[in-house]
Design a binder for this molecule. Structure first.
Ligand code: OGA
Ligand code: NI
Length: 346
């Protein structure tokens, strides 16, 4: 395999310039001094009462956030601080292992169910992104866990526990989102077939010239919902009214966003919003998105209850596997993949 130094973290250690293949054209740079940053950029929702007498109020808050922002932050979500600390710690330990150890998981084939890679899709992209990542399928857990790294020694245990927790949270959120759309509580659950759950552990090394490149360029997530855990280093930005807005980390809080499949299922009532990750000069950053998704054979389309004369179906039905392949093959471009599945409207 001709993969000398395939990982960014090993390629750039100690460099004072960004290698030329990471430099974006001038019209496609982060313009970091134009990015807005303020508290409350996206709603913060307390999930404490989701299973109590105030359920309908919380569901209304979730619905408003999905409709107006495509994003919200969740606190009192039921996942312990210890489980979160363990997940972040073992992720950091993994990316600090010697290169030869990490490379045992390396693959640039996006269809592999466990793989370490770099940038986004090195097989198809023109410009690279400032990121290494470990991608893991995690549902059903027993099926995939045996493919995962065994170093650090507690990796499977810590990540497995985190995945179970993240799945529980995703399922509660999907029920709430179904209800917020006026659908049966289990509508989305049933629409996802056998369900899928993937996770990325994103590692963004410090970057000598963060104005020239991205950790991840603007994109919409192709899945159903994403539940993001991040460390305390800022980097995530969300597009709001044409402007990039920074989402600064709040410890032990998750960031939840609507993916393309909820936009389809809701027939555009909820929006899958563009977001990106930028890098900085001083600090490495770790972010851990859980991508909850349909199983590959699930057929996705707008919910019939959300289609009527005033709201014609905006998408044709498709198998999720078809969508997922298109996402990886076309690369991260600002226009979302959704356009390829739109019905032709009069
Ligand atoms: C992603 C993503 C954001 C981040 O992996 O899809 O949007 O902050 N990550 O790393
Ligand atoms: Ni994303």
């Amino acid at each position: 395999m001709a993969t000398a130094k395939p990982l960014l973290s090993d390629l750039v250690a100690g460099k004072s310039h960004v290698p030329s293949n990471y430099i974006r054209p001038t019209y496609d740079r982060p313009n970091l001094n134009e990015v807005e940053s303020f508290d409350g950029a996206i709603p913060l929702i307390d999930l404490q009462d989701l299973n109590g007498p105030n359920r309908s109020y919380i569901i209304e808050q979730i619905g408003l956030a999905c409709r107006n922002y495509g994003f919200f932050q969740a606190k009192n979500h039921g996942i312990s601080e210890a489980a979160i600390d363990n997940m972040l710690r073992v992720s950091r330990e993994f990316f600090h292992l010697p290169e030869s150890e990490r490379l045992q998981s390396y693959s640039d084939d996006p269809m592999k169910t466990t793989r370490l890679s770099t940038s986004f899709n090195v097989r198809t992209e023109q410009v690279s992104s400032w990121r290494d990542y470990l991608r893991l399928h995690c549902h059903p857990l027993e099926k995939y866990m045996q493919e995962w790294p065994t170093n650090p020694p507690s990796f499977r245990e810590d990540v497995g526990e985190y995945c179970r927790n993240a799945r529980g949270l995703a399922l509660r959120l999907l029920e709430a989102i179904s209800e917020s759309l006026g659908l049966e509580k289990d509508y989305i659950d049933k629409a996802l077939g056998k369900h899928g759950q993937h996770m990325a552990i994103n590692y963004y090394p410090p970057c000598p010239q963060p104005e020239l490149t991205y950790g991840l360029p603007g994109h919409a997530d192709p899945n159903v919902i994403t539940v993001l855990l991040q460390d305390d280093v800022p980097g995530l930005q969300v597009l709001q009214n044409g402007k990039w807005v920074a989402v600064n980390p709040i410890p032990y809080t998750f960031i939840v966003n609507i993916g393309d499949q909820i936009q389809v299922l809701s027939n555009d009532r909820y929006k899958s919003v563009l977001h990106r990750a930028v890098v900085n000069c001083d600090k490495e950053r770790i972010s851990i998105p859980t991508f909850y998704c349909p199983s590959p054979d699930a057929v996705v389309g707008p919910a019939p209850q959300l289609i009527d004369a005033d709201h014609p179906a905006l998408y044709s039905n498709f198998a999720y596997s078809e969508y997922y392949q298109k996402f990886w093959n076309r690369g991260l471009m600002a226009e979302t993949c959704l356009d390829m599945f739109k019905t032709s409207q009069p």
